[in-house]
Design a protein. Structure first.
Length: 398
């Protein structure tokens, strides 16, 4: 139960369409809606104050405050989160959140469908989410969100839709309204529900943020601090990261038994279902195993392990320590793997990845992997579906 009171505040500010809702166990006490353009900083606190006054709720009596975690406008998401943090801190309230895409999917009336929430991403791009709605309307995450040109959405959806034969396609959200003609041409009746074409909803956000269903549903886990979902990094952030790591040399070498304790420690740090030292030893002892470690600044920064049985190979594990992520280590390990596969006569590499592992899916997609299957309940700690991804290797190239 949330601290002191179940009455809460939902701040939906991920786009120019801003909504504020004050919600009690008995329903919505106040609801404010305004298209603020680029005026999030100027208008958001005023709208929250108006809503609280209309509801007769004092800020200090709030039990929870929810904000949209994105994706959406960088400014809107950040101002919304900062405003929510300030009100939560002042009230001693629990801070909650949900992504714009998950809020749309969980509120959608879709049944037995691939639900694709779309939110504008500037110019003609859209943020696209991919969720599976069962026959009862229960929603689970199907694949990581992506940012796409509007004219590439149909192709991306076709790849994901192949995992759900017999399911309808339902586009929801303001991006679906904006691109309705294009989407209907590719998937007739896919926008017929016209769900949230006018903008994101604070009421949807309030509902999704309190579910606590975890990453398998595309939501933060109960009791865990919610983090922003930007989908694409700010250019300034990328420049700083490359400047910080680019001058430090990287070495790739064989993974030897002496590396197992360090690798097992990294497993504990980065995975919820880590490999044991015994499992590492068993794989290293197998003749079909390819294993490499990446060293930087005197320590192991990452490693990759695959099992090769030409013409097939399975990428069993690829890990990079958090401090060294997005610094070229995974790219270097994959490049060595592809070269080894080409030399060994491997023609296809497969892997499994959690449906919620956005960074890994983006990495593998950038290296030519594509969706090939869905393995429901594959991961156990916590329970979550897995995506099967494969990459072809031409006979005359690594």
């Amino acid at each position: 139960m949330l601290a002191r009171s179940m009455t809460g505040l939902a701040i939906e500010a991920a786009t120019e369409h801003v909504e504020i809702a004050v919600v009690s166990p008995d329903g919505v006490l106040a609801h404010r809606v305004e298209d603020v353009g680029h005026g999030h900083t100027r208008r958001l606190t005023a709208l929250v104050t108006e809503a609280l006054d209309a509801a007769g709720v004092r800020p200090r009596s709030l039990g929870w405050v929810a904000a949209d975690l994105g994706p959406g406008s960088f400014t809107g998401v950040r101002v919304g989160l900062a405003t929510a943090s300030a009100f939560a801190l002042a009230a001693g309230a629990k801070q909650l959140g949900a992504s714009s895409l998950a809020s749309l999917a969980h509120a959608s009336p879709s049944r037995r469908a691939l639900v694709v929430p779309l939110v504008g991403a500037g110019r003609r791009d859209v943020y696209a989410g991919f969720f599976r709605a069962d026959v009862r309307g229960g929603v689970t995450l199907l694949a990581a969100p992506r940012v796409l040109p509007a004219d590439a959405v149909a192709e991306a959806v076709a790849e994901v839709h192949a995992l759900l034969p017999g399911f309808a396609v339902r586009f929801v959200g303001p991006g679906a309204g904006r691109e309705r003609e294009r989407l209907e041409a590719a998937y007739p009746t896919s926008t017929a529900q016209a769900f949230r074409h006018d903008g994101l909803s604070a009421i949807d956000l309030a509902q999704a943020a309190r579910l606590g269903l975890g990453a398998g549903a595309g939501l933060p886990a109960a009791g865990r601090e919610a983090e922003p979902v930007y989908v694409r990094s700010a250019q300034a952030e990328e420049r700083v990261r490359h400047l910080a790591t680019g001058s430090v040399p990287l070495a790739i070498r064989d993974f030897v038994p002496g590396d197992i304790p360090a690798a097992a420690a990294i497993e504990q740090q980065v995975f919820s279902d880590p490999w044991s030292e015994a499992f590492f030893r068993s794989l290293l002892a197998a003749p079909a195993t390819w294993a490499r470690v990446a060293e930087r600044d005197g320590g192991i920064a990452g490693y990759g392990i695959a099992v090769m049985r030409p013409p097939l190979a399975d990428l069993e594990n690829l890990a990079v320590i958090p401090a060294q992520r997005r610094a070229g280590i995974a790219n270097a390990l994959l490049a060595e793997l592809f070269e080894a596969c080409g030399a060994a006569g491997v023609r296809e590499i497969a892997l499994e990845v959690r449906v919620s592992n956005t960074a890994a899916q983006a990495l593998y997609r950038a290296h030519g992997f594509r969706l090939a299957g869905l393995r429901r309940g594959y991961y156990r700690h916590p329970v979550e579906d897995a995506l099967l991804m494969v990459r072809k290797i031409a006979a005359d190239s690594p």
